[in-house]
Design a protein around this ligand. Structure first.
Ligand code: ATP
Ligand code: MG
Length: 456
């Protein structure tokens, strides 16, 4: 077929339209208005544009819904997001969420939100799963539509839940199963005050999102359970550790008393040894109490305007006594003038003490530790560098986790629980500061923390 100049122009127009579609613009301004093959091609292009536009709007909707669902943190966050954003796609006046209890094969209502003030089927409502219609929904894995609840109740007068939501004013329902890795975990119940509300399009939309909704809800439930268990663990640990502290302090007190009375060489040595062990236990207990208090958000921080140099000097003084025993020198480089910081002195002392004691603990005899204090941007920074064993790159991310004892071991048999840096990090966070570790095996380690400086 030979093209007329008009047909040729149209084809050029169609090519521009296709390029537009590739860019995501589906509203084609074509006017094929002829019945020849070129005109037919134009009509097909317009139809294709329409279809693609619907599809892309649909994908956008689904993406927005998935974002909403993912934005939730707790189960009720997620369900509230669903309640607030699903209405344009699935109509409802009420949404309920019930969880399957595998052990006793029951279903319990854990959350519901309704436009009706008269909630009858409330949180805590429990029903048996075996031989129920919910069991059938699980078996098919497909949502169930009941578009006339009154008629359903007339046929199934023993359905207590149907009676309750009818009393709330609901007339139709869409019950959706939530399934994670083939395991049913619960149901989402959409209900509407009007009969004949639900259609297959709603079921289809739900099925597109069912996987992500189910997994997100299940994750949130597990997360909440984990938080509960963590709280329980903290409480238990806090109690035990607290109760341990007194008896050990008493043993230590009696040892001191015995030492005063008997100063024969042999006993002095033995008692010193026992006292050293008791000191280690007390310090471990102190650390455990700190980490549990910090995790439970109950650490007591009392900040005041202070000069950090005093804290650094105090801590260096104490640690020099220990470092001298290992023939490790501590050099200090302090500025002449430094702005104050807003800190809890005792806690920042704890930070310094851990960093210097780590440097001493993981270094060999004859090496040097350098402590520098300086102003950088608007922060007061302290760095503690050593010429010790260094830390492998792959271990660096683990350093601030509790009990993070990694391959690097103390050189003089010192205590190493792996709590020090976890506490340090939390204390620095509570001061709105930052902390970094740079290290090279065989060369040394430098830990630097920075705290916001107050105006000079
Ligand atoms: N300066 C350092 N050089 C080499 N390794 C280090 C240094 N500081 C920390 N580490 C490594 O990081 C781990 C964690 O340090 P952290 O201070 O938390 O625990 P710890 O010193 O072993 O015990 P604790 O501080 O509870 O007495 C250490 O066990 C050690 O393996
Ligand atoms: Mg330490």
């Amino acid at each position: 077929m030979k093209l007329t100049p008009k047909q040729y122009d149209r084809l050029l127009q169609y090519r521009i339209a296709v390029d537009d579609m590739i860019k995501g613009n589906f509203d084609l301004l074509l006017n094929p208005d002829t019945d020849d093959p070129v005109g037919k091609l134009g009509n097909s292009l317009i139809e294709l544009g329409r279809k693609l536009k619907t599809q892309s709007q649909y994908i956008e909707t689904i993406t927005q819904l998935v974002e909403k669902i993912n934005a939730g943190f707790t189960t009720s966050d997620i369900l509230n997001h669903i309640f607030e954003s699903f209405r344009p796609y699935i109509p409802y006046d009420r949404i309920g969420f019930s969880r399957i209890n595998e052990e006793n094969q029951t279903v319990t209502a854990l959350w519901c939100r309704s436009y009706s003030d008269n909630v009858k089927l409330d949180v805590g409502y429990e029903a048996r799963l075996a031989n129920s219609t919910l069991q059938d929904i699980i078996t098919t894995g497909q949502p169930r539509i009941l578009n006339d609840l009154e008629e359903y109740l007339a046929k199934n007068p023993s359905s207590k839940s149907t009676r309750l939501i009818i009393e709330e004013g609901m007339r139709s329902s869409l019950t959706c199963p939530l399934i994670v890795e083939k395991k049913p975990i619960g149901f989402l119940f959409f209900s509407s005050c009007k009969p004949l509300t639900y259609a297959n399009t709603h079921t289809e939309l739900f099925m597109q999102l069912a996987g992500i909704i189910s997994v997100t809800i299940e994750k949130a439930i597990l997360y909440e359970r984990l938080m509960e268990l963590n709280e329980l663990k903290n409480k238990f640990l806090g109690m035990t550790v607290h109760d341990l502290r007194n008896p050990i302090a008493i043993i230590k007190g009696f040892l001191d008393l015995l030492l005063l009375q008997d100063n024969s060489d042999y006993y002095t040595k033995v008692f010193d040894h026992i006292r050293g062990q008791a000191d280690k236990m007390l310090s471990l207990i102190g650390d455990l109490l700190d980490i549990t208090a910090i995790e439970a958000g109950k650490i007591n921080i009392q900040k005041k305007q202070e000069n950090i140099i005093d804290v650094v000097n105090d801590s260096v003084k104490t640690n020099r006594l220990i470092s001298m025993g290992k023939n490790i020198e501590i050099q200090v480089d302090l500025p002449l003038d430094l702005p104050d910081v807003y800190i809890d002195k005792a806690r920042i002392y704890q930070v310094m003490d851990n960093l210097i004691s780590n440097a001493v603990k993981f270094s060999e005899s004859g090496t040097v530790i350098t402590i520098k204090v300086y102003l950088k941007d608007k922060s007061v920074c302290v760095s503690v560098s050593d010429q010790g064993q260094g830390i492998p790159q792959s271990d660096l991310p683990k350093l601030f986790q509790p009990f993070s004892r990694i391959g690097v071991r103390p050189t003089g048999g010192e205590k190493s629980t792996g709590l020090g840096l976890a506490i340090v990090k939390k204390i620095i966070d509570l001061h709105n500061g930052s902390i970094e570790v740079e290290s090279q095996p065989g060369i040394g380690t430098m830990v630097t923390f920075c705290l916001p400086a107050l105006k000079m």
